[in-house]
Design a protein around this ligand. Structure first.
Ligand SMILES: Nc1nc2c(ncn2[C@@H]2O[C@H](COP(=O)(O)OP(=O)(O)OP(=O)(O)O)[C@@H](O)[C@H]2O)c(=O)[nH]1
Ligand SMILES: [Mg+2]
Length: 390
């Protein structure tokens, strides 16, 4: 599957840059391309200059709202981020349109943090513009949720996050949720942490995007997972994770049948990788709430057994009974077996609901301060109080 990547704001730009690097890796290691092109959009010149892999011309690193912010960002005012994206969306679409490999794009992937200003405000607006302009081409979002400490120290964090999530949900075909807090490693300097988080965010997409782009028969699975399967799986709130088991096996002696224990350990290694993938999801959530799911097994061709893949399907069914599941195999890597896992169409994500509830509380406090009456309403009714940035 080939994505056209657009990073919005600082966080979005940096993760988009990581996707550009992932594409370089796919090209050099596997001779295939998984990104049609990658762009970064920001109101901040310094952030754009700090990127490493996205091409440095003005059509790939796009400065917006220059006159309004003097190139210094919108200072967490996501309403301003949304206004600027509305005013300057032509500039962004023009740049995308001229990309050489545009016709190869299977879907758009827009990336931003929920709690900042530029990316958080722009992601819903740009998603809507792309959907209106390229009818039939899916537009996905990756939205990064704030660290816990940011929620307690900055009042804007919750409010921006709720507005961004609500807006994105109304327009995007699916939203990958990434919870920064999940990736925190203790005793590691912040800068280092962020770089590590970003690489861990994009890594699970590697095999997933490569699998359907292979043309060498040697690397095409017996059940290929291609763009169509991925598109059919993605809807609404979505999470992704990856798990690995290392493989080291003694070769059986010539003419000797393999021990039954080898077969058993194959299944348990794959099951372990799937458990790890479910434990390492980009946001903690219960598989029970998933309406759709997808898993891809990547392993050396000699390790790829259909029974193992079917067994994984049974295991997943036990924990995600309501999920319509797709699966595939990718006979590629050496020395390890990995499982890429996507849960999608998730009906109830506790963390998202918490942002909405807290934002509604904040809004009611603001209203009562201004002397507007507030009567305890249900969440569904009060939900309309959260402004939409479109
Ligand atoms: N995972 C990850 N999170 C980031 C990164 N950069 C910023 N964040 C998070 O994103 C939020 C801040 O949003 P930014 O992306 O910096 O904001 P922006 O879109 O540039 O908007 P303004 O700076 O307000 O104009 C905070 O929750 C940060 O923790 C990054 O590179 N990776
Ligand atoms: Mg910024």
């Amino acid at each position: 599957m080939k994505l056209l990547i657009i990073g919005l704001g600082q966080c979005g730009g940096r993760i988009a840059d990581r996707f550009a690097r992932l594409n370089k890796k796919a090209r050099s290691m596997r001779g295939i391309s998984i990104i049609a092109d990658a762009f970064a959009v920001n109101t901040d010149v310094a952030d754009l200059s700090g990127l490493r892999t996205i091409k440095s011309d003005y059509k790939h690193r796009i400065l917006v709202g220059g006159q309004r912010t003097n190139g210094h960002g919108v200072g967490k005012v996501s309403e301003l981020g949304a206004e600027i994206a509305t005013e300057d969306n032509d500039k962004i679409i023009d740049a995308i349109r001229t990309t050489e490999r545009f016709y190869e794009t299977d879907a758009f992937m827009l990336i931003a943090s929920a709690s900042g200003g530029t990316g958080s405000g722009a992601i819903g607006v740009m998603t809507q513009h792309l959907k209106e302009r390229y009818i039939g081409k899916p537009v996905y979002n990756i939205i990064v949720l704030p660290f816990q400490q940011e929620e307690t120290t900055e009042a804007r964090t919750i409010y921006n996050t709720a507005m961004c999530l609500k807006s994105a949900y109304l327009v995007a075909d699916a939203i990958f949720l990434i919870d920064n807090q999940r990736y925190i490693k203790k005793n590691s300097p912040a800068e280092n942490n962020i770089a590590t988080i970003n690489s861990r965010v994009v890594e699970p997409f590697y095999n997933l995007l490569c699998a359907g782009e292979e043309t060498n028969k040697k690397y095409v699975g017996s059940k290929t997972l291609d763009a169509g399967d991925i598109i059919q799986t993605l809807a609404g709130w979505t999470v992704i994770g990856e798990g690995k088991s290392s493989i080291r096996r003694k070769m059986p002696l010539l003419g000797q049948a393999r021990d039954f224990r080898d077969r058993m350990s194959e299944t348990s290694k794959a099951a372990h990788a799937m458990d790890e993938a479910l434990g390492e999801l980009s946001l903690t959530c219960s598989p029970k709430n998933a309406g759709r799911a997808l898993y891809l097994v990547t392993a050396p061709p000699s390790e790829m057994k259909m029974e193992v893949i079917q067994q994984l399907g049974d295991n997943l069914k036990a924990v995600a009974p309501d999920a319509l599941t797709r699966s595939g195999d990718y006979p590629r890597q050496k020395g390890s077996l990995s499982v890429t896992m996507i849960l999608s169409d998730i009906s109830n994500t506790r963390k998202v609901t918490k942002y909405f509830t807290k934002a509604i509380d904040l809004i009611s406090v603001m209203k009562s301060k201004r002397g507007l009456e507030y009567s305890g309403r249900k969440l569904e009714e009060a939900f309309s109080d959260i402004p939409v940035l479109l």
